[in-house]
Write a protein that binds this ligand. Structure first.
Ligand SMILES: *[C@@H]1O[C@H](CO)[C@@H](O)[C@H](O)[C@H]1NC(C)=O
Ligand SMILES: *[C@@H]1O[C@H](CO)[C@@H](O)[C@H](O)[C@H]1NC(C)=O
Ligand SMILES: *[C@@H]1O[C@H](CO)[C@@H](O)[C@H](O)[C@H]1NC(C)=O
Ligand SMILES: *[C@@H]1O[C@H](CO)[C@@H](O)[C@H](O)[C@H]1NC(C)=O
Length: 362
């Protein structure tokens, strides 16, 4: 019932904000030529940083996003990339948002919400020039699913998750990538630094934990994983906040193993990579680690139960004081690039190679 009411509102909003022009064509948000990734609710709105769309078109000379009332106010920061060039930030708000295309247009346009909060892009429609010929985007044969906290979400980075190591790894392998990383969140389903749930619960939901602070969508709904391209590789880096919340090592291990069982129901055959912490680098050169040996134990336990497709990624020593912001010990922009480079090397040694080219060429 709520959705019924909301959708007629959207219709009204669409009519109100779109000035009919003979030179543009409206592409409805449910047009199959829009490739969606990440988590989207029924209003066609994003949750979780990194969620977005990809478009493939010929003769695209103008593009605008018509955003609805469930867009973050005053604006949502979007990362926009043309023809696989670097992502640049653009702020967008409810209403029609012109995307400035490069001279000569673009064949592939990628747009995502880059923030770890205020990351809601409520996409009602696209406006493209009438001569544009959209076609379906072909996804890469590689698809990463990343699961984490602030250390994966790109918290404190100017371009948010678009500069974070998971995103960079995905890009460098020319892979699709979904990133479910919630700053402050524990894996354990408990209240932590403003999060009403831990990742062991929220990962399976459409919304990130920001829903709790949202007047117009103060509820959370299960995510239908059939909407994802099945990932080919799953990467988990979690535990910093459990440690800070004093979750004991045995309790953390037990929660992690339980989470693993749930993941395996979704991802029965995929290799799963378990990161050890790179810890909190300190000014005196020391590094504060947590849950020593826990991650090894988790991987060993999986192996013992017959699940050999689980790999420990030992990130000990990956981050030093020089790689982090002094006031919060999170990786800087170069710090994230360093992690991405180290993990890319690790994966290549393991046997994964980047796609030679993007499946949808620019
Ligand atoms: C986007 O808006 C934020 C404030 O909400 C501002 O700090 C930032 O500079 C803006 N970015 C761009 C590219 O306009
Ligand atoms: C969301 O709902 C919870 C109760 O379930 C309430 O405590 C919270 O204040 C609400 N948030 C907003 C922004 O209304
Ligand atoms: C965790 O334990 C430490 C040491 O006992 C204490 O200082 C800290 O306040 C505790 N943190 C939480 C979130 O309970
Ligand atoms: C991780 O690497 C560090 C440094 O090379 C090493 O001391 C440690 O034993 C390794 N841990 C595991 C679980 O392999």
């Amino acid at each position: 019932m709520l959705y019924l009411v909301l959708s007629s509102l959207f219709l009204a909003a669409t009519i109100a904000v779109t000035s009919p022009s003979p030179t543009t064509t409206t592409i409805a948000h449910d047009d199959p030529r829009i490739f969606y990734h990440g988590r989207w609710d029924k209003s066609s709105g994003t949750w979780w940083g990194g969620s977005g769309i990809k478009l493939c078109a010929e003769d695209l000379t103008s593009l605008a996003l018509t955003l609805g009332p469930h867009t973050s106010a005053p604006s949502v920061s979007l990362g926009v990339s043309f023809d696989y060039a670097s992502f640049v930030t653009m702020n967008a708000s409810e209403g029609v948002n012109e995307i400035l295309l490069p001279e000569g247009g673009a064949n592939v346009v990628r747009i995502n919400a880059e923030g770890w909060q205020n990351n809601r892009m409520n996409l009602l429609a696209l406006e493209v020039d009438s001569g544009a010929k959209l076609s379906r985007y072909t996804p890469s044969h590689l698809a990463f699913q990343f699961i984490g906290d602030s250390l994966s979400a790109g918290q404190f980075l100017p371009q948010g998750v678009d500069q974070a190591w998971p995103f960079l790894v995905g890009e460098s392998f020319r892979a699709e990538h979904n990133i479910n990383a919630q700053p402050g969140a524990t894996l354990t389903d408990m209240v932590s630094y403003g999060n009403v749930h831990g990742i062991a619960f929220q990962f399976f939901q459409t919304e990130d934990t920001g829903y709790y602070y949202t007047m117009d969508h103060n509820f959370t709904t299960p995510w239908h994983f059939s909407r994802d391209i099945p990932p080919t590789h799953v990467v988990i880096h979690i535990g910093a906040n459990d440690a800070s919340q004093n979750v004991t090592q045995p309790a953390f291990i037990s929660t992690y193993l339980h989470f693993f069982d749930h993941l395996r129901e979704l991802y029965p055959h995929q290799p799963i990579f378990v990161f050890t912490p790179w810890g909190w680098p300190n000014a005196d050169g020391t590094i504060s680690y947590y849950y020593d040996g826990a991650y090894q134990e988790i991987v060993d336990t999986r192996h013992e139960t017959g699940d050999k497709n689980v790999f420990l990624v030992n990130t000990t020593g990956w981050m030093t004081w020089e790689d982090v912001f002094p006031d919060n010990q999170h990786p800087t922009v170069p710090g994230h690039a360093k992690i991405a480079g180290l993990f890319k090397n690790w994966l290549e040694k393991w046997g994964l190679h980047a796609a030679r080219e993007w499946a949808t060429l620019a």
